[in-house]
Design a protein around this ligand. Structure first.
Ligand SMILES: C[S@@+](CC[C@H](N)C(=O)[O-])C[C@H]1O[C@@H](n2cnc3c(N)ncnc32)[C@H](O)[C@@H]1O
Length: 282
């Protein structure tokens, strides 16, 4: 493998600023070699010799926008897995059961923000479907997964995973919600998949998302890439997207000392979550 050319200080600074301005992601000095390797790999594919020329390409017009989307697939960290933080999904299941028992509506809407290749969204869907399957009256749900990475979304829409990637899914759920392909991979059943849709969304452009009145929002392992003030700003916007009584689940430790007048913290030792008050404070 050819070594990536050294990323000069001035170029590192420029790329770092672009990434933060356009995607909110903050790179520190420890991630410099990661940035260098990813930029150089893409430059090799495009036969571009230096970082400055590639920067000009990414910043130029429509073509630059398209190239930026390609580059983001390389620069975003899409590490994820099914039922990544099991207590969050247990909380979701309990919330959905309670919702079904106490609410007259006939369905729920859910949002997985920064859904990567779909594992979080499908885990939410499975937990919700399980809770609803135990209810005496029929209820349905719709779930939207959004992410900035188009490659991650392509995989999510495909909904097909290797046995290894299904490691967090108990065998009984695997049998109920996946069908096996001849090559040994597992595809989400049509009955579950039809409840989900995936769309590209940069959280810095939350205003463009038409989602409102959500019963559940999961935003896990996304805010960690952003500055503190931005995390709080995004969370304040998400509160406005929740229905009264709605549940917001975050990654543990992703925000500290944050509160919102319309939110009540969920008292849970292992999950960072809030519910929106049913009636606004007087
Ligand atoms: C580490 S993954 C977390 C996936 C999943 N939520 C989980 O907890 O397993 C972070 C995801 O956030 C996405 N992401 C990063 N910056 C983003 C932005 N500005 N807008 C939307 N998604 C973003 C990445 O593409 C990536 O898929």
């Amino acid at each position: 493998m050819r070594r990536a050319p050294e990323l000069p200080d001035a170029d590192f600074e420029r790329w770092r600023q672009l990434l933060e301005m356009r995607a909110g992601m903050v790179l520190d000095d420890r991630q410099r070699s990661f940035l260098q390797i990813q930029l150089a790999a893409r430059m090799r594919e495009l036969e571009i010799a230096d970082y400055d020329s590639y920067y000009q390409v990414v910043c130029a017009g429509i073509g630059g926008r398209i190239e930026w989307v390609r580059l983001l697939d390389r620069l975003t960290i899409q590490a994820t897995r099914f039922f990544r933080h099991p207590p969050s999904f247990a909380l979701l299941e309990a919330y959905v059961s309670e919702f079904a028992r106490t609410t007259e509506g006939n369905g729920l809407t859910l949002w997985s923000l920064g859904c990567a290749s779909g594992e979080e969204a499908f885990s939410m869907a499975i937990s919700t479907a399980e809770a609803l399957s135990r209810q005496p009256r029929p209820l349905t749900f719709a779930l939207t997964g959004t992410d900035i990475s188009s490659e991650a979304l392509r995989q999510a829409r495909q909904g097909t995973y290797s046995l290894q990637r299904l490691a967090g899914v108990p065998a009984s759920l695997r049998e109920r919600y996946f069908r096996t392909h001849a090559d040994g991979s597992f595809e989400v059943t049509a009955g579950l998949a039809e409840r989900l849709c995936f769309a590209r969304l940069n959280v810095l452009e939350l205003g463009q998302a038409p989602l409102q009145g959500l019963n559940v929002i999961f935003c896990q392992n996304l805010l960690i890439y952003f500055r503190r003030w931005l995390r709080r700003d995004l969370l304040n916007q998400l509160v406005q997207r929740l229905a009264p009584g709605g549940l917001l689940v975050l990654g543990v430790g992703e925000v500290s000392n944050w509160s919102h007048p319309q939110l009540v913290p969920v008292d849970h030792p292992e999950v960072l979550a809030f519910t929106r008050q049913v009636s606004p404070p007087a």
